[in-house]
Design a protein around this ligand. Structure first.
Ligand code: NDP
Length: 331
């Protein structure tokens, strides 16, 4: 059972030496347990935060522990009444070839309805994040102007398309002309801003002339500062993530233009998707329906390899090398 374990707490960018590649015997399932072979592993920006020894919404991954990760496994042996060999199961099974589970936090999935990877993307945590972030935290109303940063990623592509399906004017912010072209072309966004090449503040003035009603922020930093200058009255700023700050070795940069919240009577609110677990079925149903109707196009970036490719694949997120949901599919 090849595994990736945390060897050292990274400072700044994660380095290859921060990981240990190890092989252990495959465990047999105990009473009430099942074991499965990993098929697809999710790569998430949040993983960077889990490596730091500081209080957060989850405890940090311990030194020497198997790296935490969402994945889909295929059951190979089971003493659990609800999980049979051949079943595909999504859960937090870690970066390893085989995982043992007692079923807690695990959910059987139907890979005839959607590929396993989609249960880690549009129908999984990122899809849930887009849905509840936009509709609950952002309190989106039909026809509003929505700006999404990290727009070409797992959460961003879904958030933007949900907003489009609700008749909103949607502006995406992403890195590079290819991602921007995909947003306005294939995904039907009204406009896209290449934050690497354009003056974001100026571009927002052009593309959101009446101001931003909902700003769905995945990146923080300078892009957040720019968006804050363009808020409409009673705007909602959804703090979903701040990937531009995750590798900082210095304190996170605060928003310099936050007083526009006062002037615009706006609010800024963070959230953690896990708090919505009881309502995942509702979101999954709506997202499935939108996919079925062709109103959400699912973008996935599949890296094929072994668990040993996990460290390099994780870094792709911080270099903007993924389009849509990034997963590692094991051969
Ligand atoms: P993505 O698929 O969006 O991948 C990350 C993307 O971030 C990259 O492709 C890159 O796109 C962009 N990026 C990387 N570095 C920077 C930078 N310095 N400045 C601006 N953009 C950068 O990841 P996810 O969709 O999985 O996650 C998006 C955000 O949502 C993250 O911040 C994550 O932490 C957050 N999140 C929050 C949850 C919650 O419960 N609150 C749950 C799940 C995710 P580009 O080429 O455009 O730069």
């Amino acid at each position: 059972n090849r595994q990736i374990r945390l060897a050292a707490r990274p400072v700044g960018e994660v380095k290859p030496e921060d990981w240990e590649h190890r092989a252990e015997p495959v465990e047999e399932p105990g009473p009430g347990q099942f074991v499965g072979r990993t098929r697809v592993i999710s790569l998430d920006p949040a993983m960077r935060g889990w490596l730091d020894d500081r209080p957060s919404y989850l405890p940090p991954v311990g030194l020497g522990e198997v790296m935490r990760a969402g994945s889909v496994i295929e059951v190979t042996a089971s003493n659990h009444p609800d999980f049979r060999p051949g079943d595909h199961v999504v859960g937090t099974f870690g970066v390893q070839e085989y995982a043992v589970s007692d079923g807690r936090g695990a959910m059987k999935i139907d890979t005839s309805l959607a590929p396993a990877s989609t249960y880690l993307g549009a129908l999984g945590m990122p899809g849930m994040t887009a849905y509840f972030g936009l509709l609950d935290v952002g309190a989106l109303r039909d026809g509003e102007t929505v700006v999404v940063s990290g727009a070409a990623g797992a959460v961003g592509t879904i958030a933007g398309q949900i907003a489009k399906a609700r008749g909103c004017r949607v502006v995406g912010i992403a890195g590079g002309p290819e991602k921007c072209g995909m947003l306005t072309g294939e995904l039907g966004f009204d406009a896209a801003i290449d934050y690497r090449a354009e003056d974001v503040r100026k571009a927002l003035r052009e593309h959101a002339p009446d101001g931003i009603d909902v700003y769905f922020d995945n990146v923080g930093g300078d892009v957040l500062d720019a968006a804050l200058t363009r808020l409409a009255m009673h705007a909602r700023v959804v703090v979903c993530g701040a990937i531009s700050q995750y590798n900082n070795a210095t304190p996170v940069k605060g928003p310099s233009n936050y007083l526009s919240l006062l002037v615009r009577r706006a609010r800024m609110e963070g959230f953690v998707v896990f708090d919505y677990a009881k309502r995942y079925a509702e979101a999954a149903q709506e997202i499935s329906a939108l996919i079925g109707a062709g109103r959400i196009k699912v973008k996935e970036h599949v890296v094929r390899g072994t668990v040993d490719d996990f460290p390099a694949a994780l870094q792709m997120l911080f270099r903007g090398e993924n389009v849509g949901k990034l997963v590692l599919e094991l051969a």
